[in-house]
Each structure stands twice: as C-alpha cells, then as structure tokens.
Design a protein around this ligand. Sequence first.
Ligand SMILES: O=C(O)CCC(=O)C(=O)O
Length: 285
Amino acid sequence: MLRPTIDDARLSAFERDGYIVLKNFFSGDEIAALADCATRDRRLDQNAFGRSDGEGGTIRLSVWNHPTDTIYGAIARSESLVGCAEALLGGEVYHYHSKMIMKDARVGGAWAWHQDYGYWYQNGVLFPELVSAFIAVDPCTRENGCVQVLRGSHRLGRVDHILTGDQAGADPDRVEEIMQRLELVYVEMDPGDVLLFHANTLHRSDQNRSEHPRWSMICCYNAARNDPYKDSHHPRYTPLVKAPDALIMEKAAQGFDGGDDDASAWLAAEQDSSASVLARPAATA
Ligand SMILES: O=C(O)CCC(=O)C(=O)O
C-alpha cells in the first residue's frame, strides 16, 4: 500500500503546529490484526497497570522499552513509521518505548495537560528531540476521549510539571494562560490514522464515558544524537533495526498463543517513574 510520507508541506506543518495527522497510515487489515492481537493478548493485559487520573478515573496502560518480536515490534520498527520519525527529527532515531493505552468504554481515565518532555526531561534527555506516534486502534472521538492538543505549544519550551493523582501534569496556572492564546484541537481519528507529535506539544484527553473503547498504541522515538546522559527506566541509545512493513501481517499471522514471554520487556508501574520524581503541589488548608 502507498502510505503517507513526510513531504515538505507536512514537515512545515509539524514545525508550525507541533503535530501532524497521517490519515490511513495503517491498512484496515493491519489495524484489525493489531486490535485482534491486543485484545486477545493475555500478556498485555497481565502487564497492564493503572494510574489514577486525579479526577476519579484510572488510566490503564502497558509499557515496554524494546520492540519485541511481535506485531507491536513489527509496527514500531516498520520502515514507514520509523522513516516518518526520522524525517521529523532530522536523522537517525531509536525506540525509546512503546505503550498500549487501554481506554475502555465507560471507565477509561483522563490524561491531564502535559508535555511528554515534561516527564522525559527527568530521564537525562537533554534536548526535546523526541516524537510520539499515536496509532488509533479504535475510532478516537470527542465522546470516547480523543487526544486534544494546543496547536503550536511545542514552541513554549518545557513547562514545569507537578503531580496530580499518579500523573504528572503541566503547571495548571500556566496552562490556563496558554489556553487563552493557543487553539485547542480535538484530534478525532479513525483506526489506522497516526498522530505524530513533538515532545513539547501540550496534550491531554478526557475520560471515556461512552460505550466505545478507545485503545491506542503509542511508539516513542528519540533522536540517536540525543542519547540521555544518565540511565533511567527508558533506554539510552540502542540501534533500531528497521523492518519491512510486510512483517506486520506476518507477525499477526503468528498470533500470541504459546511462545516465550520476554518478562524483561514490560515495565512495571513502579518502574514507570518519570512522573513520580516530580513535586506535588503544596497542600492547601
Ligand atoms: O491516550 C491518551 O489519551 C493520551 C496519552 C498520553 O498523553 C501519553 O501517553 O503521554
């Protein structure tokens, strides 16, 4: 299939807005295979953890550092997707981690306004030269809590983040002011669409109170030249071996039954510590 690529117009849009949506990046077959594998994958479920959203809901997600020998790894290593990350970051990238956000119908939690670099800064990453590829597994709508972005917010630089519930969120006073000046965009997506966003783009999403799940897979890439100066729970530079896109359907055909689980691949809740080193706001009387 002919996938969208990063041409000059898209690169300019990304540089101006801090995000870009590539429609129909993954085919109907590929995304159906991903959805099928993910919903049947016991290991994804067993390794999932919850994070309180500070609004009475819980976010459920699974996180892994290295692309595994599965359909998830085939997607994260796919020549097309990695090619987009390279084009946006201007050079070689490596896999920083991937995650599945399982925002289930009626109970899926909200995400507070944040910049990913607000967390990753803590991990010894010196430049905000990272990009996240948010892959819609289900339709993402306003009703089921699609991602919202503040257009152009990547140009603010890094905003201070504080803990709310178990989540790090950007300083709310500052966000309130920023919202007066920047456009709020609800990024509604169809399955197979990909939202690529800059590490300093402010984004959030509402709880899912609808009858429809909103699962998504996010692959995060760091520029190879931006190797963190210290160890953290996410990897330092590790060469990324790109794979032909055709591997996605090959891996889908292998399914998830049997096979060895690489227990070290998954991150436990207590290891996902980018947020927890941040300060809580001072208690008020
Ligand atoms: O899934 C969402 O709605 C947002 C996810 C997100 O912001 C993140 O993983 O950093």
